[in-house]
Unconditional design. Structure first.
Length: 391
């Protein structure tokens, strides 16, 4: 990736924010099926049965595919937590900064938001893509008739963990029996499943109390044993504050999970499969850039955070810790021989089964139609690199 100054990034992203408006999506149903086929090492070709149009190769994007992408109109993407340097956000930021959406004939506007606030906007067609916390969150938010389709899954393990006071005498998850855990709204699903596997049931074997604010340092001064957090955020805050803690990681305890989810509506996917695939293509190229040059990724994120007003008081130091942690998790969690971002139905099913057993879902959930496992496969060549027009 070419070197860019933070100032240039800020200007480009400021323009994106200035122009951003909430636009309705095209919700006209199209043919079902969005499977893309990869032909050769450098071409994404499609068939009429898939609903995709034209091709993308090392020589460029075909005119008919470009026209199909333009026909999708303005595409609005909503971030999951400001413009933090986190999976499912940072790749879109990098794609926007580096002009990858433009190269795919896509008119993409990026807007800061919050994960759980995004679902009704995507369902209503006021945004076309958004960042989700994990696959189970998508299923939970799909209740009531909303239909979403996950098209990218960066993280193949859960991002949440349980932060426990170092002097609490807790050596294993089972030692939390009879303890009180602080939560921000509700206990995170991976932590709940981890405690369930240790034989502990919420409100029966341990209590939870609602915490005010988001500061883990302040929370650790309260009468709780600890609290859930995200492995790429709260541990860094506590370390920088010199507060000792023990991290219990559900992934290390064999609990399946996911993070770094990008989803769209099933309607938009059916109506504009080519635009969806090329949004994913540009984002996966952005993800590769962010992993190859983490400093540039953090700079782009911080510039956009500040341009948007930095409502969450994020810092460069914090975002550096976040992306260092998450980029390693993304790379280490991707199975050998596979490219980044693939949607793995087996892994998603394992997550749903584990969380269902632990009582994360209030009622049974269906996975039918909630992901496209083939779409992201089609943006990669046999070398596991994104098929992209040569510069």
């Amino acid at each position: 990736m070419s070197t860019r100054s933070v100032g240039a990034i800020a200007i480009a992203l400021a323009a994106a924010i200035t122009l951003a408006t909430a636009c309705g999506g095209d919700n006209q149903a199209a043919s079902n099926g969005t499977t893309a086929a990869t032909t050769g090492a450098a071409t994404t070709a499609t068939t009429s049965a898939s609903g995709l149009v034209g091709s993308v190769s090392t020589t460029g994007i075909s005119p008919d595919r470009c026209a199909a992408n333009k026909a999708a109109g303005t595409i609005t993407y909503l971030s999951g937590f400001d413009f933090a340097a986190t999976a499912s956000i940072v790749e879109v930021t990098m794609a926007k900064v580096n002009g990858y959406f433009d190269e795919m004939c896509l008119d993409v506007e990026v807007k800061p938001s919050f994960s759980t606030a995004n679902y009704p906007l995507v369902a209503a067609g006021r945004a076309q893509f958004a960042s989700g916390g994990n696959y189970s969150e998508v299923l939970t938010q799909s209740q009531g008739g909303a239909k979403f389709a996950v098209v990218v899954d960066d993280g193949k393990v859960g991002i949440d963990g349980l932060l426990v006071k170092a002097d609490a005498g807790v050596k294993t998850p089972a030692d939390l029996k009879g303890k009180t855990i602080g939560v921000l709204g509700t206990i995170t699903p991976g932590v709940k499943a981890m405690l369930f596997n240790a034989g502990l049931v919420q409100d029966q074997d341990y209590k939870t109390v609602l915490l005010d604010g988001f500061d883990p340092v302040a929370h650790f001064s309260q009468d709780i044993v600890g609290r859930p957090g995200y492995k790429s955020n709260e541990p860094g805050i506590l370390e920088r504050a010199g507060v000792p803690f023990t991290l219990f990681d559900p992934a290390a305890e064999g609990i399946p999970g996911s993070f770094g989810i990008i989803y769209t509506s099933q309607d938009f996917l059916a109506a504009h499969p080519t635009a969806v695939q090329d949004f994913v293509r540009a984002s996966m190229k952005g993800l590769a850039d962010a992993i190859a040059d983490p400093a540039a990724a953090v700079a782009a994120s911080v510039a956009l955070i500040n341009t948007a007003g930095n409502q969450n008081h994020l810092t460069e130091e914090g975002e550096t810790f976040r992306w260092q942690t998450e980029s390693k998790m993304v790379v280490d969690g991707t199975p050998a021989g596979q490219p980044l971002g693939l949607v793995d139905p087996v892994q998603l099913k394992a997550e749903v089964d584990a969380y269902s057993a632990a009582g994360v879902f209030e009622s049974p959930v269906s996975m039918d139609g909630t992901y496209d496992a083939d779409l992201v496969k089609g943006v990669y060549g046999p070398d596991n690199k994104v098929i992209w027009p040569d510069a």
